[in-house]
Design a protein around this ligand. Structure first.
Ligand code: CP
Length: 330
């Protein structure tokens, strides 16, 4: 791609020709995403991570692309890492949050996003509390859509950064590996995206948590359900603690915090049940002392902050992938 000419306002199509898998104009979930596409995204993210480690590294790969990060729910990791990825890649970008917006005046999701599209946004990174919000947007508007978490449905870039972190810990081999996912699976978009990605790459997944928080259909999606955390973690290659969504305790779905921690918390004794080189993941934000003991979160098996680092690299890979598909379609 020749980007050295003087016509800076007429850039070459972003990323066109860089990818070989099927085009990904929208990233709405990991369910059904081909193994080839997953591997390509993970390889691309690994390359970005090396470049991102140089604080001065910036690129103009996405010059000419306009991205809006539309966050209708709170976020630290996902929002900031998309913003940093967009800056490093030279995209024009803006962030919309509901606080201070005209959503408080009753403007609908679709009208809000139509407003953004009318401002010539090419890609929307959307977080919303409603499952299917990203698909709805992709169906109704002529913009690329990246799902940054839609209710209890999926969080595909979180799933990809989890896969990337596990790939590193497992020397790139998913077959024959097993992970335990522990906690509030029923309400977890993180667990669903991880499950789809892991099973596509050949790993096996054991789920456990309070019976009220284990969805009936989880085994049909490819997971095994263990009765106890000890059974789930015994001999595992990794464990992922899910955030305890305290807001759901009011619905009577959970015992007290102390009881939850005693029965389902990841503590050093339970980590010792896994293989010696096994790793501990948590998507964040953590409730230290509830679903995960502080000494585990900060211990030698923890890859929690590596997950955060990998998040920026994954978002670079996804942004360039979607941008390339947009360029091919135009
Ligand atoms: N893991 C995750 O989505 O964190 P944030 O809600 O802070 O983005």
């Amino acid at each position: 791609m020749n980007r050295t000419g003087p016509m800076r306002d007429a850039p070459a199509p972003f990323g066109a020709g860089l990818f070989h898998g099927p085009p990904i104009r929208h990233l709405l979930g990991l369910e059904g995403l081909a193994r080839e596409s997953l591997i390509e995204l993970l390889d691309s993210a690994t390359n970005y991570r090396e470049r991102l480690r140089s604080p001065r590294w910036v690129s103009d790969e996405l010059r000419g692309l306009t991205v809006c990060n539309a966050f209708f729910e709170d976020s630290t990791r996902t929002r900031v890492s998309f913003e940093l990825a967009e800056q490093r890649l030279g995209a024009m970008h803006t962030t919309f949050t509901t606080a201070g917006s005209s959503v408080s005046k009753g403007e609908t999701l679709l009208d809000t996003l139509r407003v953004l599209a009318a401002m010539h946004v090419d890609l929307v990174v959307l977080r919303h509390r409603s499952p299917g919000a990203s698909s709805f947007l992709a169906h109704h508007l002529e913009v690329g859509v990246i799902n940054a978490g839609d209710g209890e449905h999926e969080h595909p870039t979180q799933g990809l950064l989890d896969l990337m972190t596990l790939s590193e810990a497992w020397a790139g081999r998913f077959e024959g590996r097993r992970i335990a996912i522990v906690g509030d699976v029923a309400h977890s978009r993180v667990a669903r995206s991880a499950l789809f990605g892991l099973t596509t790459l050949g790993a096996s997944v054991t789920i456990c948590g309070p019976p009220t928080l284990i969805p009936a259909e989880i085994e049909a999606l490819g997971a095994k359900v263990a009765a106890t955390i000890e059974e789930a973690m015994h001999g595992a290659d990794a464990v992922m603690a899910l955030r305890l969504q305290r807001e759901r305790m009011e619905g009577g779905l959970l015992p007290s915090l102390g009881e939850y921690s005693r029965v389902w918390g990841i503590n050093p004794e339970r980590v010792a049940l896994m293989k010696p080189e096994a790793v501990v993941l948590h998507p964040g934000p953590m409730n230290r002392g509830v679903e995960i003991a502080p000494e585990v979160a900060d211990g030698h098996s923890s890859v929690i902050f590596r997950q955060v680092e990998n998040g920026v690299a994954v978002r670079c890979a996804v942004l360039t992938r979607c941008a390339a598909a947009l360029a091919e379609a135009s």
